[in-house]
Design a protein around this ligand. Sequence first.
Ligand SMILES: [Zn+2]
Length: 271
Amino acid sequence: MSSRNVLFATLLASILSGAALIAFASHGAAQRRPSPAPIPNDAPARPENGTACNYQEPIDYLVRENFVVKWRQPAEEQAVRRARHEQAIRWRTENYGYFEGFGQSSWNRSTPSDNAVRARFMGLPIRINEKIVPALACVEEQIRAECGETYRPGRLSGLRTSNTYHNGEVSNHVYGIAVDVDPTLNTCCMCVAQWGDHPLCQREVESIYERMAMPSCWVHVFERFGFYWLGRDALQDTMHFEFLGDPDHILKSQGPPPARTAEGTPAAATP
Ligand SMILES: [Zn+2]
């Protein structure tokens, strides 16, 4: 082989091995990407409510799946969702505090840190917004009554002082209204690549409950008291509950939460 041909052969070989490397990498990534787990519609009938709290539903426009904008959505739908997202940021700011970079400081002079308290949930310390403390207490009371003692969490995560989303969204952790239960045992398979590699995420399952340590009974109890379980979201974040109910109507003594229109504003009282 002439020196020119050697050079050519070396070049060709390096291109081919580069191509092989790319093919291997993309094949590896395809193997690792977990498929979303089915989410059973298995909430049992709600028992008679003996707690001090109202049963309540999450407010629609606060639910992530209802405001996240996806590129394939038509422009009109994207506009509706952007408006909902703004509405959700305003609600969270007004009720829980102003977090820099989201909404306006004129909506609330206090910050989420100002409004956070040290509380306990299932025997563990957690820092959360003072307003949701009673809701968490009712959840605990019902978990203890209904779910047995088989699962005892080892760690909780509540208020965060920095935002963990990078797409213009703001996490409910910064408002102190989100609770992660055992963040290393209850998976978030569709969140980030590191989670996708987790054995529970790699396994094909019949139900999302097979990808977490927490019993489904906990999910059903949380959901009755205005908490949204992010396991239902595209992220499949099974550790995460966020209070999306009305914080001024957590307790029965505050009266039931107002009926709301489809867009989430309180329905006008009939004269
Ligand atoms: Zn979380």
